[in-house]
Design a binder for this molecule. Sequence first.
Ligand SMILES: Nc1ncnc2c1ncn2[C@@H]1O[C@H](COP(=O)(O)OP(=O)(O)O)[C@@H](O)[C@H]1O
Ligand SMILES: Nc1ccn([C@H]2C[C@H](O)[C@@H](COP(=O)(O)OP(=O)(O)O)O2)c(=O)n1
Length: 231
Amino acid sequence: MESTAARTAPAVIVAIDGPSGTGKSSTSKAVATQLGLSYLDTGAQYRAITWWMVTNGIDVADPSSIAAAAGKPDIVSGTDPAAPAITVDGTDVAGPIRTQEVTSKVSAVSAVPEVRARITELQRSIAAAAGQGIVVEGRDIGTTVLPDADLKIFLTASPEARAARRSGELKGADVNATREALMKRDVADSTRKTSPLAKAADAVEVDTSDLTLQQVIECVVTLVEGKRATR
Ligand SMILES: Nc1ncnc2c1ncn2[C@@H]1O[C@H](COP(=O)(O)OP(=O)(O)O)[C@@H](O)[C@H]1O
Ligand SMILES: Nc1ccn([C@H]2C[C@H](O)[C@@H](COP(=O)(O)OP(=O)(O)O)O2)c(=O)n1
């Protein structure tokens, strides 16, 4: 439930970045809910454009084909942390964007500059329209999308902890195979030329390996409240 403090506080922009399985989505949704803020999952937007490319037969190994098609899909993201929603050309794709096929192709599609330019513009307009403020999670939010965010968090965790969390979600998935896939995506996301996964110089780094989700949420809520108190 939204608190009186949340309704009267000035809008606050929180950027949460980090690799897969560090707890960005779970933490961001909970923090946004607790503080009455909007929420944006930018990974879901890159997954949605990847899903569209795959569905429309675009060769994701060919950056020029991806670039030529980047402006075509209409991607709409919901910002309610209690009911995250995403549609492409009016179709609900919340389920289809989580398939292994999309997961294995999203790094290639999201490395294309034309894709990043389009999605970054969308993200900035969503953040600008969030009256109470917003928690935006991704890979380049603190560095590129919202460099003036009030608070930047960079979540990390050991590859073992991240693989265990992800394979727990994908019931029956092999932990070693999951770990390998995560590492491969980390390398691709952090070495691409345009807006790679990186910690902003002014981000607070939180290693979540040995913290419970509740502890991470409390840590971030305390940091947001601290920022609000000094404004
Ligand atoms: N600190 C934590 N300890 C244990 N499990 C966690 C923690 N943070 C997140 N998880 C779990 O790990 C999985 C991946 O978390 P998620 O928030 O989706 O990470 P990300 O968005 O960074 O990929 C989820 O099942 C989530 O419940
Ligand atoms: N701001 C962002 C967010 C995600 N991406 C890309 C790179 C990521 O591997 C994919 C998928 O991101 P997502 O957050 O859904 O990934 P996980 O759920 O953490 O596995 O999108 C990006 O390039 N920039």
